[in-house]
Design a protein around this ligand. Structure first.
Ligand SMILES: Cc1ncc(COP(=O)(O)O)c(C=O)c1O
Length: 373
């Protein structure tokens, strides 16, 4: 029995879908140009947790607004976590997700860090199966378009006491997503954030909690003011070690051809443990490249680019898969380019390989795909 079968059997999600779903012509118009996070499918899944009864009332219902008491705890104190993953339409019409149990595990880890109830992994995956099956017509057929899935959870206890809540709500919504880079893959410029930090030792950096993203916005705005696309975070203690880029992890490529070697910042507790990052450690090894976790300082990055030791740098995450980094700017370390500022061969090769696995173009040799319908 696979884990999915277990999940589906253990968690009965009652199904009460929308009786007035989006007309197909309207849905097709949305799918022709979905953008990101602008439109949502007809339904959603919700489940409740209370201290006395645990998880219950898992149901698929029409997508719609939530009614919240103004004293609902999470609005004030931010006990709120989320995940992000995609459903891919394969050429044979089937729909698959990529490593959803990894997202389920990270969701549970985020819940633990924020003193919230943990959603069982099987319920997390069963909710995805239920929503994607119901709203399967929303999974785009065009290459590079996907259905983005957004599981999230927040405290629902009413009251202003600062404490772990005694009730939580889990929700899953879905949104069709276009190619992240509609005009093709283009290297990004990054701003090293010397002044603001994303996460500190002992903090919430490895949890996917709402507050981390709120705290990042000012640095992202600073990056934009300096003409950069994204912000790169340094460690909080020494402001020296590279952590991650915006909502993506980073990889550094040393050397080229058969001797190319990859290094990604190790997980110190203040980085989000990306599922794409983890997958690429394996995919790089499959392609005969050495890939390690390590520590890269700002000086290593700058000196490595100036001497030519570092040949490529890229960021990786569910939304954009892999994005090359072409240029670096900072207030205290100056500016430099990564090689010629273009997209290198290792970056392109890894991106294609991972996309081909996700979309079923090549065999799923690590059993990462989870069939839905
Ligand atoms: C801060 C941060 N780092 C890294 C990632 C990449 O993680 P994943 O590959 O699981 O999408 C994300 C996206 O979830 C993120 O928000």
């Amino acid at each position: 029995m696979t884990a999915t079968e277990t999940g589906s059997r253990l968690w009965n999600i009652s199904t009460n879908p929308s009786t007035s779903p989006t007309p197909s012509a309207e849905r097709d118009a949305i799918l022709a140009n979905p953008g990101f996070g602008r439109n949502f499918t007809d339904n959603m899944v919700r489940a409740k947790w209370t201290a006395d009864k645990g998880w219950r009332d898992a149901e698929l219902v029409p997508y719609g607004p939530l009614l919240l008491d103004p004293a609902t705890n999470f609005i004030h104190y931010g006990q709120a976590i989320f995940e992000g993953l995609k459903a891919y339409r394969h050429a044979d019409g089937s729909i698959k997700t990529f490593r959803p149990f990894k997202n389920a595990q990270r969701f549970a880890a985020s819940a633990r860090r924020l003193a919230m109830a943990e959603l069982p992994e099987e319920l997390f995956v069963a909710s995805i199966e239920a929503l994607v099956r119901q709203d399967h017509e929303w999974v785009p057929t065009d290459a590079e378009k996907t259905l983005y899935l957004r599981p999230f959870m927040f405290s629902t206890e009413i009251g202003l006491g600062v404490k772990p809540a005694d009730s939580y709500e889990y929700l899953l919504i879905a949104s069709p997503a276009g190619a992240y880079w509609p005009k093709g893959l283009k290297p990004v410029s990054v701003w090293l954030s010397d002044d603001y930090v994303r996460a500190a030792p002992g903090g919430t950096g490895e949890a996917k909690c709402a507050g981390n993203y709120a705290a990042s916005l000012i640095a992202q705005a600073e990056a934009s003011q300096h003409g950069c696309d994204q912000v790169v975070w340094l460690d909080a203690a020494e402001r020296r070690w590279i952590e991650e880029m915006g909502g993506m992890n980073l990889y550094f490529v040393y050397g080229s051809g058969d001797s190319a070697r990859l290094v990604t910042p190790r997980l110190t507790g203040s980085l989000l443990p990306g599922i794409t990052r983890d997958s690429l450690l394996t995919v790089a090894a499959d392609l005969g490249m050495r890939a390690d976790e390590g520590q890269i300082s700002v000086e290593d990055w700058k000196e490595g680019c100036e001497s030519g030791k570092i040949t490529e740098v890229f960021a990786c995450g569910t939304a954009a898969v892999i994005t090359p980094v072409g240029e670096v700017k900072s207030r205290t370390h100056g500016s430099w380019s990564v090689a010629d500022g273009g997209t290198g061969p290792v970056t392109s090769r890894l991106r294609q390989e991972l996309l081909d696995i996700q979309t079923g173009v090549i065999p799923d040799r690590h059993n990462w795909l989870h069939a839905i319908c």
